[in-house]
Write a new protein. Structure first.
Length: 141
């Protein structure tokens, strides 16, 4: 049976080893939708998946998340048995706006740091927002 835990375990293979996650965020996905994300013959050719960063990863990133991610440019595993792990380009950082403060998370007016990279073939991207505790993985095959 395909469930959210299976999706998380299998999808996390595309992430670098140092990025630990505690789950995926999906909106009321049924088994057929989860199956379509997991199996190559049914997998959507484009999509996104949101991961929750683990507390361990957030603590390890500390105040220097770009330095923490800088050397991590290889996925944990390949997606198929005979496939090599994906390679990613250099991590980059940017800041966005001054969104309203979230209770217990951010000070009003403090820019939000965003870290991002893309697969070397340009067919997938990772966006990490350490302060909010999530990672967005997007692909277009």
């Amino acid at each position: 049976m395909v469930n959210v835990q299976t999706l998380h375990r299998r999808a996390a293979r595309v992430l670098p080893e140092v990025i630990k996650t505690s789950g995926v965020l999906v909106e009321d996905a049924g088994e057929s939708e989860l199956t379509a994300m997991l199996f190559p013959l049914r997998r959507k050719s484009a999509g996104t998946l949101m991961f929750r960063l683990s507390g361990e990863t957030r603590r390890a990133m500390g105040d220097q998340p770009l330095a923490y991610l800088r050397t991590t440019t290889k996925a944990r595993e390949g997606l198929g048995r005979l496939r090599n792990p994906f390679s990613y380009g250099p991590w980059r950082s940017t800041s966005i706006g001054c969104p309203p403060a979230s209770p217990g998370r951010r000070a009003e007016g403090k820019p939000l740091q965003i870290l991002y990279t893309r697969k070397t073939d340009g067919k997938a991207w990772m966006v990490v927002v350490p302060e909010e505790g999530w990672l967005l993985y997007a692909w277009r095959d």
